[in-house]
Design a protein around this ligand. Structure first.
Ligand code: ZN
Length: 296
């Protein structure tokens, strides 16, 4: 399968072990041209239904964060970071959170004076959102793409890495932006350089050498594993101009603290993650979390 970013056929094995899911083997390939690592094959509709059953979305979260600077779980920035970015461009328009989940960001951004709608994949979940949140409009992704609606800003948080056809999806999303509209994307950037990644690569490569039949059994929800260079190439190729791009280092998926780490390996992982977070300060291009703001 050609590279999901640059369509190159110069493809090799990556350091990531294959995984078995839904009785199928999924490999992680690496593009020699742009260094993207991607899942092969991409999950079928049947795999996706199993990965994201209707119960996957757990309703609506109307809670307002007392402190918008609060660090959120996983590879993402605080809501305050998003609000500051929006204020830095004097944003007054209407935005849409694409892949809005339980609508927590929408509730919080409306509370802070912004005006945000949402799109989600599961139509049943969309009707729950529409019933419970009257101040915003919610659409299924199909509805949204088929509509005439255009937005001043579309936000994708922890969504990009799940796209099975990232270039096509970004083009469709871009077509829903008004002229001069903004695309705001954040999430993991999993093959970008950081100190912890060096350890992971050494461990995975060594284990693959020692145990060639090594296969794991995790759910392959992430399809693309990017770095800052191939990301920016893709965003530039879309015709967007970069307004802001920033990388950070979070401890995830390692435990947040020593007290939460059980066993020696886990504690060692905390040390590696902490060291990686400190060393990140040496280079702005290092990190495992990104936020991008581009203009149409
Ligand atoms: Zn490529």
């Amino acid at each position: 399968m050609n590279c999901l970013f640059c369509n190159s056929t110069r493809i090799n094995e990556s350091y990531l072990p294959s995984t078995i899911y839904n009785n199928k083997k999924f490999d992680y390939l690496r593009c020699s041209n742009c260094s993207l690592i991607y899942l092969n094959p991409v999950p079928s509709d049947e795999d996706l239904i199993k990965m994201y059953p209707p119960s996957y979305q757990n309703g609506v979260d109307r809670s307002i964060l007392n402190n918008p600077n609060q660090k959120l779980i996983g590879l993402r920035y605080s809501y305050a970071k998003h609000f500051d970015l929006l204020r830095s461009i004097n944003f007054k328009g209407k935005m849409l959170d694409f892949g809005c989940g339980n609508a927590h960001f929408i509730i919080n951004s409306n509370h802070h004076g912004f005006n945000c709608d949402g799109a989600e994949f599961n139509p049943r979940h969309v009707s729950v959102l529409n019933n419970e949140i009257s101040e915003s409009d919610f659409f299924s992704v199909d509805e949204f793409f088929q509509s005439e609606l255009k937005y001043d800003l579309i936000r994708l948080s922890n969504v990009f890495e799940h796209f099975t056809n990232p270039i096509n999806m970004l083009n469709q999303i871009k077509s829903k932006l008004k002229e001069g509209g903004y695309l705001l994307i954040e999430g993991p950037i999993e093959t970008n350089f950081n100190f912890a990644l060096v350890f992971r690569k050494i461990y995975f490569n060594l284990r693959k050498k020692l145990q060639p039949s090594w296969i794991v059994a995790h759910t392959p929800t992430h399809i693309i594993f990017t770095n800052h260079k191939n990301q920016l190439d893709v965003f530039n190729c879309l015709g967007l101009s970069t307004i802001h791009y920033e990388l950070a280092e979070a401890e995830w998926p390692f435990p947040q603290s020593f007290s939460k780490a059980e066993g020696l390996i886990s504690k060692l992982n905390v040390v590696i993650a902490r060291t990686s977070m400190i060393l990140k300060k040496l280079n702005k291009n290092w990190g495992n979390t990104f936020i991008y703001l581009g203009q149409n």
